[in-house]
Design a protein. Structure first.
Ligand code: FAD
Ligand code: AMP
Length: 471
């Protein structure tokens, strides 16, 4: 029987609300699997990630880290540089050109895959219907991918003009001389690193006893020490209570370890978390259960209303672009085939610092709390040639493995190229690989990746390029 491979048979129709990395990837996947797909977007295709999140921050971080690498290393490398400066307007243009290229590319992909894009705010009417302006769209299933927006803590001064969020920071027309950053989460720390490299005096104010709570504690201590060595002031156990304008700058009042304290900045960045954009779009009226504004779903990302799914930032499970995309693909697989395809344990977390941080799988603290018997292998990147050449040997790799069989449970990296290297660790976890399989894999030399093999060696024995452990 002749089959038409290029025109898949339409099996289902799906309405997707929101065209961020959750919604647009889901739309393309669903279309490729033969669904009739309509994608509704209130603002720009690409969502937070492409327009005001991952991509523009990483473009500016590329500028700042290139600048600091030349500034810090040129003398040592024998490169003579004079009159070095950052033209912020050009840096912003560079950022804008990358965003434009990617957003245009996504629009092209949607078209090429036959996805119908509707512009406007989608309102849920029932389990099969979305209203967009005067249009009523219907389908077999709905996938909500409406994302999130920055929150502001309700304190006096939170609305002053120089108190900005991540979106405002990305749009700055000048590099501030000083910046108070409220919130020591991933976004706050990345911005502190970015602006510190450009010469801004940055102060991070974090309410909890440590910065970057989701990251391995040992790596967090190293990151903190390195950020402080770069001149970034970090105040932990410091809860911001109010902000006041003082001429051209702002005074941030806080309770710092039980004492009243203030810190001044030309700008104040408030990055204390994000909330799901689930208000006023008919979710409660349609009977969808929310928890603190986040859409509650099961393991297939289906809500309590059969046929309505919620993926990405709006379900609040893990606010990362690749998690949103993977959840969307899983929802589509569930709709089209009834099968599961999401492996939460393989979702990496990355922080774009100098050097980078990346981790996947279980944390040591978690294993301890859950009483899981594990072994830990670490390798300092001072013993790795490539890391020494590129970043002075700063950083480490930590591998956590099951004590009995050596199955890799978690990998934590602080070092150059960490955000790319973590892919090897994620696939190892997906394949339930053991440290034995890591040590019997041949790693190219000289690469930072070799250190993964060395850290694996350290789990049950000794690394080659490190003195033997004392008995
Ligand atoms: P979003 O990207 O927020 O997209 C939701 C879309 O839905 C938006 O376009 C919105 O306009 C639209 N929408 C909302 N309501 C409606 C409606 N009713 N009708 C129609 N459309 C609607 N993650 C990473 O993985 N790596 C990073 O390096 C990274 N860096 C970040 C840096 C910053 C500064 C920020 C703020 C975030 C960063 N993130 C990063 C997080 C990442 O951007 C989000 O996790 C990701 O964008 C979530 O994707 P999403 O599709 O769920 O939602
Ligand atoms: P994240 O949720 O990862 O974006 O990080 C936001 C950070 O902001 C968290 O680590 C919070 O502890 C921190 N935070 C929230 N409220 C305050 C506050 N009033 N003062 C200082 N830090 C805060």
């Amino acid at each position: 029987m002749a089959t038409n491979l290029t025109m898949p048979q339409i099996k289902k129709s799906i309405l997707i609300v929101g065209a961020g990395p959750g919604g647009y990837v889901t739309a393309i996947k669903a279309a490729q699997m033969g669904a009739k797909v309509s994608l509704i977007e209130a603002d720009k295709v690409g969502g937070t990630c492409l327009n005001v999140g991952c991509i523009p921050t990483k473009a500016l971080i590329h500028v700042s880290s290139t600048f600091s690498a030349i500034k810090e290393q040129s003398a040592k490398l024998g490169i003579t540089v004079s009159g070095m400066d950052v033209d912020w307007a050009k840096a912003q243009q560079y950022k804008g050109s990358i965003v434009k290229t990617l957003v245009g590319g996504v629009e092209g992909l949607l078209k090429a895959n036959g996805v119908a894009v509707y512009r406007g705010r989608g309102i849920v009417k029932d389990a099969h219907t979305i209203q967009v302006g005067s249009k009523t769209l219907t389908a077999d299933c709905i996938i909500l991918a409406v994302g999130s927006e920055p929150v502001r803590i309700p304190i006096p001064g939170a609305d002053l003009p120089g108190v900005i969020d991540s979106t405002g920071t990305l749009a700055l027309t000048e590099i501030p001389k000083s910046f108070v950053i409220i919130g020591g989460g991933v976004i706050g720390i990345e911005f502190a690193s970015l602006f510190a490299s450009l010469g801004t005096k940055c102060t991070i104010v974090e309410a909890l006893p440590r910065i970057l709570p989701p990251i391995d504690a040992e790596i967090t201590r190293m990151v903190r020490a390195d950020l402080e060595a770069r001149g970034i002031a970090i105040l932990t156990d410091a809860r911001v209570e109010s902000i006041e304008q003082a001429g051209a700058s702002y005074t941030v009042h806080m309770n710092y370890q039980g004492q009243a304290q203030t810190v001044e900045g030309e700008k104040v960045l408030m990055c204390v978390g994000r909330r799901a954009m689930t208000q006023g779009i008919g979710l409660e009226e349609a009977g969808i259960v929310l928890n603190c504004g986040k859409v509650v779903t099961d393991d297939h990302f289906q809500t309590n209303v059969p046929g309505i799914y919620a993926i990405g930032d709006c379900n609040g499970k893990l606010m990362l672009a690749h998690a949103a995309s993977a959840q969307g693909i899983a929802a589509v697989n569930h709709i089209m085939t009834g099968r599961d395809s999401y492996h939460a344990e393989t979702v990496p977390s990355c922080i774009y610092l100098e050097p980078e941080v990346a981790s996947v799988g279980r944390k040591e603290e978690e294993l301890q709390e859950q009483g899981i018997a594990y072994r830990c292998g670490t390798f300092s990147l001072s013993g790795n040639g490539k890391a020494l050449i590129e970043a002075g040997g700063k950083g480490m790799i930590k591998i956590l493995a099951d004590a009995k069989y050596g199955q890799i449970l978690g990998v934590h990296i602080y070092g150059p190229r960490a955000t790319d290297l973590i892919a090897a660790a994620a696939i190892a976890i997906r394949l339930e690989a053991t440290v034995d399989e890591f040590t019997s894999t041949v790693w190219a030399h000289p690469t930072v990746g070799e250190a993964l093999g060395e850290a694996a060696e350290a789990v049950f024995g000794n690394s080659i390029h490190w003195p033997p452990k004392k008995k």
